[in-house]
Ligand binder design. Structure first.
Ligand SMILES: Cc1cc2nc3c(=O)[nH]c(=O)nc-3n(C[C@H](O)[C@H](O)[C@H](O)COP(=O)(O)OP(=O)(O)OC[C@H]3O[C@@H](n4cnc5c(N)ncnc54)[C@H](O)[C@@H]3O)c2cc1C
Length: 385
């Protein structure tokens, strides 16, 4: 049997791709070394921020908007809530050169993208910030951008729902089966796993932080860098009702590399807040997946206490997660440099989840139609340096 396509890696990008492929042909196979959703890659921790005016670049806006439509389509098909609108509050200094996700001028790009695409938003001055959102400690030159339709996605549920839908359309899904090699020739592609051998016309590699292995021995082997990140849930010591989604939207403090979510786990569930660290490169094979008490204390002292009101030092929960970064913060969606029938996607750089549904559509279109209506030139391998 020869598959039309095999997707290796069924995390955020792979599950979306398999779903989009299966809508067009049941003759597709998805493989993962673990059983997604799992906690060893980049797609766990309960929630992911989504927003529409994308500060990482206006070229991402069509992906974000299309993804909103796909999440809503999936919700209608399944009755599951995947996307929760809370509004989004983004705080910073408008013309700051500080980088976020390897992109300078994040807040001003956000505001420009909102104006360009007509995305509902309002700007808040310092006084309005203090009045409307007393949960934060502000700097004198802070301004706020509030986006009406921002909110959060449930990443684990998004993966499960898309894999389940793909199965219902007839796709085969094999988990706990690792691809060890592939061999691409002019007549087709052979995929070898620890359990078997499969033939396919097209291969899609959506292997997250493991994708560096597929770029070995190519000019792009140094392109991607994997960084360990930690998500924390700190105890709310203030008035809990100030932190629920009706009072607190998802938030990003762009100058301070901090982001977080309203309290959705009840009074004892804590407030999920994270920073971003790029000090040491790592890999999924060797990364330290434990979070030490010293690290948690440092997070509280350096990031939580100076910036939040009513959030205490007790840590309710923490998890380690992986960023796979390109140098310029864009994604990679391209053919493998040595094999035109092998597509690869590294859509992370710390901000990929919100776009994952559309990335799945793009990969399915490239696989089955050899073209896509989305502009993906910025995501070619050569552009990401
Ligand atoms: C802490 C953190 C916070 C984030 N916050 C946000 C946010 O708020 N908003 C947002 O939009 N984005 C956010 N992101 C980014 C987003 O989560 C990622 O862009 C996205 O999850 C990447 O998905 P992926 O499919 O590339 O990787 P993964 O979901 O890790 O999937 C890769 C899969 O490939 C499998 N695999 C690898 N090698 C093989 C092999 N040889 N054989 C078989 N299977 C294999 C793995 O087991 C894994 O299941 C965040 C990321 C992190 C880490």
């Amino acid at each position: 049997m020869i598959f039309d396509a095999i997707v290796v890696g069924l995390g955020a990008m792979g599950s979306a791709t398999l779903y989009q492929l299966a809508k067009q042909t049941p003759n597709v196979l998805g493989l993962d070394q673990f059983a997604p959703p799992h906690t060893l890659g980049s797609t766990h921790g309960d929630t992911r921020i989504t927003r529409q005016a994308i500060g990482e670049g206006a070229h991402f806006v069509p992906l974000a908007l299309r993804s909103y439509d796909i999440w809503r389509e999936l919700e209608q098909r399944t009755g599951e809530e995947l996307l929760t609108i809370t509004g989004g509050l983004f705080i910073g200094q408008e013309h700051s050169p500080v980088q976020m996700h390897n992109k300078p001028g994040w807040l001003s790009t956000t505001i420009r993208a909102a104006e360009q695409f007509g995305i509902a938003h309002r700007l808040l001055d310092h006084a309005a910030l203090r009045r409307e959102f007393p949960q934060f400690r502000y700097r004198p030159d802070d301004i706020g951008y509030y986006e009406e339709e921002a909110g959060f996605l449930k990443p684990e549920r998004c993966i499960s729902v898309q894999l389940e839908q793909a199965r219902q359309y007839g796709a085969s899904v094999r988990t706990n089966e690792r691809m060890v090699a592939f061999d691409a020739t002019k007549t087709g592609i052979t995929v070898r796993t620890e359990q078997g051998v499969y033939q396919t016309r097209k291969l899609i590699l959506t292997t997250g932080s493991w994708i560096t292995e597929s770029l070995r021995h190519t000019p792009y082997q140094e392109l991607l860098t994997v960084y360990r990140q930690v998500l924390y849930w700190f105890a709310i010591e203030g008035n809990y009702t100030q932190y629920t989604p009706d009072k607190l939207p998802v938030f990003i403090l762009s100058e301070r590399d901090l982001y977080g979510f309203p309290a959705v786990g009840g009074p004892a569930g804590g407030l999920k807040i994270a920073t971003e660290t790029y000090a040491h490169a790592t890999s999924p094979q060797v990364v330290d997946r434990t979070v030490s008490e010293a690290e948690t204390r440092r997070m509280y002292e350096e990031h939580i206490a100076p910036n939040f009101v009513g959030v205490g030092p007790a840590c309710v929960k923490s998890v380690v997660c992986l960023y796979t970064m390109t140098p310029n913060g864009d994604f990679i969606i391209d053919q493998h440099p040595d094999h035109p029938d092998v597509l690869l996607a590294s859509a992370c750089s710390g901000h990929g989840f919100k776009h994952s549904a559309a990335v799945g559509q793009i990969l399915a279109e490239l696989t089955l139609q050899n073209r896509t209506g989305f502009s993906i030139e910025p995501f070619q391998l050569g552009h990401s340096r």
